[in-house]
Design a protein around this ligand. Structure first.
Ligand SMILES: Cc1cc2nc3c(=O)[nH]c(=O)nc-3n(C[C@H](O)[C@H](O)[C@H](O)COP(=O)(O)OP(=O)(O)OC[C@H]3O[C@@H](n4cnc5c(N)ncnc54)[C@H](O)[C@@H]3O)c2cc1C
Length: 383
């Protein structure tokens, strides 16, 4: 048994079906502040923490946002924040896993929306999301990298995605492909379920500066047949329209956790360095206040993810943008507060700076969020 597995078993977490919010968060905190905190460095260096994900699944945190569990989006975000204060990579895996759960829940195929969703939300099977490119393609930022051609009984999908996380042989993900028209444009896009079997090739990505434990692969589709039963939404836009707010809001859990971890790093050296650190800006008390305000706003937004209005969407995009900005400021400030300690290769502030930059560039990146807000506000106010 590895040290990590022993840590997890000694946390003594009981299996639970539909526990209340406080119980879920208390159990996630036991994992975050124990085994996950101890493993954060190992994960940063490339360990893919499926044993932690299984433990998190056992708390109910990975299915909390789903309709059949009461649609507790705020709880899923709070759980992700709690895990991310220990390890941003694990927070990102939770996000990818949660979003994949939304795709499965949206399928008409009971093998996906019932049997697989059950094991998925319990953290017994794992899968991620490959929607960065299509989300940008739908927004008009770049072209679809996957193309789907209609054939009897399904679609043939071709193309390659540069990076998809939380996948491995036997796992799965939700992907999206554009359906080309004769004139070179796209008639629409489909959202489909893809199991990582010998139909697709997973290739290693170049080494990233962080997030190395997220099992991120480049995926090649060479004329892959996707049967109708595994097409989750055709056209995809209908389902995407229903889940896009949850997709974006869930990411704020990762950002808020990195902010919280950074504040903890600052407080850790307050006794020794507070006399000189008080000359820095973005001090822990200031950031704690800003985080509390942001969290209140996010939790309010998480109560009405199906609002559907433009004002609500702009508010969601703005909150996500604010979370990324604060994440960058907090992680940089933590490093300045810790000085040489924080500059050590294995130091937590060093890792959090890289995690925070990931929170700022993962789709929708800050630049994409601002593009989308500008577009929505332009539509609202006719020239
Ligand atoms: C560690 C990591 C994990 C990720 N996990 C996922 C995931 O699970 N699912 C998912 O859908 N997306 C994933 N992404 C992609 C991520 O969400 C962003 O789309 C990506 O970081 C680029 O976003 P951008 O908007 O800043 O595009 P830009 O950086 O502005 O790039 C524009 C386009 O060029 C492409 N590009 C840039 N550099 C390269 C390169 N070296 N090789 C190939 N293409 C390149 C980008 O993919 C993008 O399409 C991951 C990225 C990283 C770094």
């Amino acid at each position: 048994m590895t040290a990590l597995a022993m840590d997890l078993s000694s946390a003594g977490l009981p299996p639970s079906a539909l526990p209340d919010d406080a119980t879920v968060l208390a159990q996630v905190a036991i994992i975050a502040d124990g085994p996950l905190r101890n493993a954060a460095r190992e994960i940063d260096e490339g360990h893919y923490p499926l044993e932690i994900m299984t433990a998190l699944g056992g708390t109910g945190a990975l299915g909390a946002h789903l309709r059949h569990n009461g649609g507790r989006l705020g709880l899923a975000i709070a759980a992700m924040q709690t895990a991310s204060r220990a390890c941003g990579s694990t927070g990102f895996l939770m996000w990818a896993h949660d979003v994949c759960g939304l795709y499965l829940e949206g399928s008409d195929n009971p093998a996906l929306s019932s049997s697989l969703l059950e094991t998925h939300s319990a953290g017994l099977t794992f899968g991620g999301t490959a929607l960065s490119n299509p989300v940008k393609a739908v927004a008009g930022i770049e072209d679809f990298l996957l193309r789907a051609r209609r054939v009897p009984g399904g679609y043939i999908v071709t193309g390659a995605l540069p990076w998809v996380s939380h996948i491995a042989s036997g796992q799965y993900f939700g992907g999206m492909a554009g359906v080309p028209k004769a004139d070179g444009g796209f008639s629409h896009a489909i959202l489909f379920f893809m199991r990582c079997d010998d139909r697709i090739a997973l290739r290693p990505c170049p080494r990233f500066s962080g997030m190395e434990g997220t099992s991120t692969w480049s995926v090649r589709f060479d004329e892959v047949f996707v049967p109708d039963a595994e097409v989750i939404a055709d056209p995809a836009q209908l389902l995407l329209g229903r889940i896009r707010e949850a997709f974006i809001l869930l990411q704020t859990g990762m950002a808020m956790g990195i902010i919280e971890g950074s504040i903890n790093d600052m407080r850790d050296v307050e006794g020794q360095l507070g006399h000189v650190n008080r000359f820095l800006s973005d001090r822990p008390d200031e950031l704690t206040g800003e985080l509390a305000e942001l969290r209140t706003r996010i939790m309010r937004l998480a109560e009405t993810p199906e609002d559907g209005s433009t004002d609500y969407m702009v508010d969601v995009l703005d909150a996500r943008c604010q979370a990324s900005d604060l994440c960058l400021r907090a992680s940089q400030s933590a490093l300045l507060h810790q000085g040489a300690r924080g500059y050590l290769h294995a130091a937590a502030p060093q890792r959090r700076v890289r995690e925070a930059h990931f929170a700022a560039i993962v789709t929708p990146a800050i630049k994409h969020l601002r593009w989308e807000m500008a577009r929505l506000l332009r539509d609202e106010v006719p020239a």
